[in-house]
Design a protein around this ligand. Sequence first.
Ligand code: ZN
Length: 298
Amino acid sequence: MPELPEVESVRRRLAPVLEGRVFETVRIADPRLTRPLDPLEVAHELDGERVALVDRRGKYLIVRFESGRALLVHLRMTGSFLTSTDGTPLPDDAHRRAVVTLDDGSAVAYRDVRRFGTWLLLEPDEVDTYVDARVGREPLATAYRAKHLAERLAGRRAPVKAAILDQRTVAGVGNIYADEALWRARIHPLTPAEKVDAEEVQALYKGIRESLRAGIRRQGSTLRDYRLPDGTEGGAQHEFKVYGRGGEPCDRCGTPIDKIRVAGRGTWFCPTCQRLDGRQAARSSSSRPSRSRSRNSA
Ligand SMILES: [Zn+2]
């Protein structure tokens, strides 16, 4: 599933295509994309909107229009964009869900195999309230500090990994970059969030930022479906320290990487570098996010 580095890489490719352009025709072929709203109605509302900025918050792509409205896109499992700026027709298949034609003749298609992705058109006064209720601070913002992370971990008995998967703890970190960040910080994923001490919070803060930056540098990770808007794959999967590397030697100490389940998710870590050190593991099952939370944090 796309996380912050993947969504940010998509944003960087979409921005030069969309910014300053007008949505001339919008075709939405899948009612699931816009439900509960009628896709025809949403498409009609989008017609004629001029894009001011392609923005991102956490895993949300935000197409901000000059009118103040915004189209909030969540790629969920398998959503992806494909652009054509030179008049080449975009390939069509059964998984195409929407196509936008711009006033300069460029086209942007949205494809989604699993159909969990969403397009939500928000009015000017709704945008920030909607996003801020679901998404915590941006970890790569210059104003983001370790103390902000400490505040969000304090008093939580859940495993630290479950806590950082919660999108309100820190925006945009999902299963991959949570494992990568915990390895960098040498913290066992089952450590109760409230037992992560000040020094470890500092290390985790750095670990989150470094692993997200590493992901962005390689334009995200393609494990299955993720593609950039020009159809190419990301390369971050070639540099993972632990994610998906069960049995392979740890880069730091050579111990085989181990795999467990935390909050219902496959979790990779180094049993030598990431120890519980006498602390009792948080009970993973009790920390499973509630239905409504898991929807928000997906
Ligand atoms: Zn190790």
